[in-house]
Design a protein around this ligand. Structure first.
Ligand code: SPD
Length: 425
């Protein structure tokens, strides 16, 4: 052997951009590429960059395999550096297929030409005595983040790199990711929808304040809410006789049934009629004055949920409510989507009347800024949102094991900071 090592510098071009952005998949392929060529894998460390790109190294007894990807160019720069008898071209062939590279090139270099080097003998027992004392402070080998953002602000959560579910439905990309801090995460396109560890903030607050203030909710319409958390909470009330839920994306329901069963816990309740269909059309054709409560549990005003923010849609919700009925809508954030937040309030005011539009604030750690809202319209002003049966609410909290909503939170949520009042003027 005339050289210490062999270095193949590879250009993989016209690769599948989704593969180039899938950190867990790339790590798996790189480790497998090393194994297929007979290498002994020691460790691997991979990193996903926001918004896209992956870097990583597989350390092998025979040296290393390294990669840097640019998904936006469908490109990967790969180093296959090996010593000894290992044939790194086996790794090359394997990766070419994994990355679906339609165009590629490689340069092979010998490293450490022996006729240019002089071997010296040295006593390793006297060297690096300190090495055993050093402990790697963090054993994390993956640093992968999911980011929900607009052009100025973002919320990122670290996830393990494991993508438990990834389906492109006709409406959106539905993913379930695994995170160390919040458990499993449901994301739609590039937005957080719910997480195992903080879903109760949202689902308790979208349901109980309106139901307790109304006092006798029997017939409910839920638009959206595909994860099931909202109907789970509504169905905790014995007064509720029937819930119709209309979710446009059946893939969201399926993903949550499979991966988030504690949230999708009430889909089998006999009082629930679950319709996979367009909620906007449904409410347009609904019988007038048929519901005590209409709940709009949609995502943000982009993609399939855009129509859930229109005046025409809210007008149809208004018409479908009985006299004395209550509308609750996912109200966006006064610190993130200020315009949407204010627009919903003005729309509800315009339809329900000056004094019959209300806002409640609550915290969701996994939505950008953490400050979120639900917005209410009370038809004919018959329901006073500030009046609730305190003893009943607190007994319900204990009996049902609520973790966010109670009577004090009810009143606190309706108290608004000055800047929010300003925004709503
Ligand atoms: N930015 C997220 C807005 C809230 C979307 N709804 C969440 C669904 C939970 N059932």
């Amino acid at each position: 052997m005339s050289a210490l090592g062999n270095h193949i510098l590879v250009e993989f071009m016209r690769c599948d951009p989704n593969i180039m952005n899938d950190v867990a998949g790339i790590e798996r392929d790189m480790v497998e590429a090393a194994r297929k060529a007979g290498a002994t894998v020691i460790n691997s460390t991979f990193h996903h960059f926001s918004p896209y790109g992956v870097s990583g190294v597989v350390v092998i007894e025979e040296s290393h395999l390294a990669i840097h990807t640019w998904p936006e160019y469908g490109y990967a720069a790969v180093d296959l550096f090996t010593c000894g008898e290992m044939d790194a071209w086996i790794s090359f062939d394997y990766l070419k297929d994994c990355f679906k590279s339609a165009s590629y090139s490689a340069i092979e270099m010998k490293r450490g030409s022996k006729n240019l080097l002089t071997r010296n003998d040295f006593d390793i027992s006297t060297m690096r005595q300190k090495a055993d004392e050093w402990v790697n402070p963090s054993m994390y080998t993956r640093n992968v983040w999911f980011t929900d953002k607009d052009e100025n602000q973002a919320l990122s959560l670290r996830y393990t790199g494991e993508v438990l579910h990834d389906v492109q439905s006709p409406f959106q990309r539905v993913r379930v990711l695994e995170s160390p801090k919040y458990g499993k995460l449901l994301t739609l396109d590039d937005m957080f929808m719910t997480t195992e560890n903080d879903e109760f903030h949202y689902h308790e607050m979208i349901s109980h304040p309106a139901i307790f203030a109304h006092g006798n909710v029997k017939n409910v319409l839920v638009i959206g809410g595909g994860d099931g958390g909202t109907v789970r909470e509504i169905l905790k009330h014995d007064s509720v006789e029937a819930v119709t839920m209309v979710e446009i994306d059946g893939e969201v329901i399926e993903a949550c049934k499979k991966h988030l069963p504690a949230i999708a816990a009430a889909f089998d309740d006999p009082r629930l009629e679950l319709i996979v269909g367009d909620g906007i059309e449904y409410v347009k054709n609904a019988n007038p004055e048929s519901y005590d409560l209409v709940v709009v549990d949609g995502s943000d005003p982009v993609g399939p949920a855009e129509g859930l923010f229109s005046v025409a849609f809210f007008n149809n919700c208004y018409k479908s409510l009985k006299r004395g009925g209550v509308l609750v809508a996912q109200g966006e954030s006064p610190k993130f989507n200020e315009n949407a937040f204010a627009d919903i309030h003005h729309t509800i005011k315009g339809l329900f009347g000056e004094n019959n539009a209300h806002v409640a604030l609550f915290y969701v750690p996994t939505y950008p800024t953490g400050m979120w809202s639900f917005q209410f319209g009370t038809k004919d002003g018959a329901v006073n949102l500030k009046e609730i049966p305190t003893d009943k609410v607190d007994a319900f909290e204990t009996e049902k094991g609520l973790r966010y909503y109670n009577s004090a939170i009810h009143h606190a949520a309706l108290a608004l900071p000055g800047f929010v009042k300003e925004l709503l003027k």
